[in-house]
Design a binder for this molecule. Structure first.
Ligand code: LLP
Length: 433
């Protein structure tokens, strides 16, 4: 096992991903390629569903936050595993519907839904809007009235929590662009507006404090603040909230320096706090929704590259350049995210060499990691970056007109193409003049 149990080394000394030989995958499908182990994703879905229903009650539901990795096949898995999904754009909703995902189990997020988004989502029959602000509430109410329907909503609330993660992925603080803050009184104001708005049924509240969080306390703190707020709504408005969505954000182990989280235990701990607070504040336990993205898909993925140039700058550093980079994984450039890299065709050799792994773009910041512990490499080696299942393909670009890699899904050790490699023709398909 390397970092996660779906990564291992076989008798040839090759990296295996979900029991498939990474070197054979690179030969068969070319590089760069995203590899995704379906069994790991399904196992993670089951862990969440089982723990949520066991500790929060039979009606609890995990949603897959599909911004983490979005293509039709992943919505089919979410549907088969009995999860709902969080979509954050018309494009994600379209993809979910195309995969046959049941619209009533879609939660539609976003801090700036356009009028077109609102219309498209209503046309698609999206079950729940997570309304971010008063402008959206008014626009949605007007459109629902025009259609003669009542739309189920949650309100996004900012509990005022600092979860100690990268500042770009913090979302639950008072000055966040998302939601309405409790401490400023704006949360109570929007609750009252939602209760009196035509065409709207307020089913519950939502909060999401951030991403890649290892400490359970910020989740428990946010949950307790939300429960207290539900009690306040009951007292001031005489209205009992049915549903509480606690968001996503549990961290994932990317390197051996990261802890591993037991997700079932984490859910159990948060559930204990919610149950106690509900009793203390004499409110019924709401239906609990969880919204994991990264922790469902990250560990299932790895990206395979072919090593091109290897450069040693004496007294400075070593570079290993690969045939991908920031277009397929912008996370180091954006957040200095740490990854584990290894040479897949010598995966059993010690990682005793230090190198900066660079991409192929015309830009010095195009790196997959600096000072990485890896094996010595030479041109033609297959380099694997592990734990790339989340926020890689979904954040990929065509910078330098580089086509996006394919997604190869492994099921019980057998590979199949889930998303085909982009072609140069794809790259020019929208160019009109
Ligand atoms: N729910 C909401 C409302 C969210 O905004 C997010 C993530 C999630 C759930 C899922 O969070 P997760 O379980 O994946 O942590 N691009 C960044 C991550 C941005 C997260 C955005 N929101 C990265 O690559 O680290």
């Amino acid at each position: 096992m390397i970092i996660h149990e779906n990564f291992d080394v076989n008798e040839k000394g090759h990296l295996t991903i979900g029991d498939a030989d990474a070197v054979e995958l690179a030969e068969k499908f070319g590089t760069p390629a995203y590899i995704l182990d379906e069994n790991t994703i399904r196992k993670n879905c089951r862990t969440y569903l089982r723990a949520a229903t066991e500790y929060f009650g039979a009606d609890a539901l995990p949603l897959y936050a599909s911004k983490a990795l979005c293509f039709t096949g992943i919505y089919k898995i979410a549907a088969e595993e009995g999860l709902g999904v969080d979509c954050v754009s018309g494009g994600e909703i379209f993809t979910a519907k195309k995969a046959g995902f049941p619209a009533e189990k879609i939660y539609f997020h976003g801090n700036n839904k356009t009028n077109r988004d609102i219309k498209d989502a209503l046309d698609a029959g999206v079950g729940t809007f997570v309304v971010d602000n008063e402008d959206e509430l008014e626009a949605l109410s007007a459109e629902a009235v025009r259609r003669g329907i009542t739309q189920r909503i949650l309100l996004r609330i900012t509990p005022g929590i600092d979860p100690h993660t990268h500042r770009a992925v913090v979302t639950g603080n008072v000055d966040s662009k998302f939601g309405s803050a409790i401490v400023t009184g704006q949360a109570m104001e929007i609750v009252k507006k939602a209760l009196s708005a035509d065409g709207i049924r307020l089913a519950g509240l939502h909060c999401h404090i951030g991403s890649q969080i290892f400490d359970i306390d910020p989740f428990s703190d946010a949950a307790s603040i939300m429960v207290k707020f539900i009690a306040e709504i009951k007292e001031k408005c005489g209205y009992e909230i049915d549903e509480l969505n606690l968001g996503g954000g549990l961290g994932v182990r990317y390197t051996e320096y990261d802890r591993e989280i037991d997700y079932a235990e984490a859910i159990k701990d948060i559930a204990a706090v919610v149950t106690d607070f509900c009793k203390e504040h004499r409110i019924k336990m709401p239906k609990i929704i969880l919204e994991p993205g990264r922790s469902l898909v990250a560990a299932a993925g790895a990206t395979l590259y072919t090593v091109g140039s290897v450069k040693e700058i004496p007294g400075f550093k070593n570079y290993i350049s690969v045939d991908g980079g920031m277009p397929d994984n912008p996370r180091y450039a954006l957040y200095q995210s740490q990854y584990t890299a290894l040479i897949a065709n010598r995966a059993d050799a010690p990682r005793g060499y230090r190198a900066t792994v660079a991409g192929r773009c015309c830009e010095s910041g195009d790196l997959l990691g600096e000072n990485m512990e890896i094996q010595k490499a030479e041109r033609g080696d297959i380099l694997a970056v592990l734990v790339t299942g989340a926020y890689n393909y979904s954040m990929a670009s065509n910078y330098n007109r580089i086509p996006r890699p394919p997604i190869i899904m492994i099921k019980d050790g057998e590979p199949r193409i889930a998303v085909r490699r982009e072609t140069y023709e794809d790259l020019t398909a929208n160019d009109v003049i």
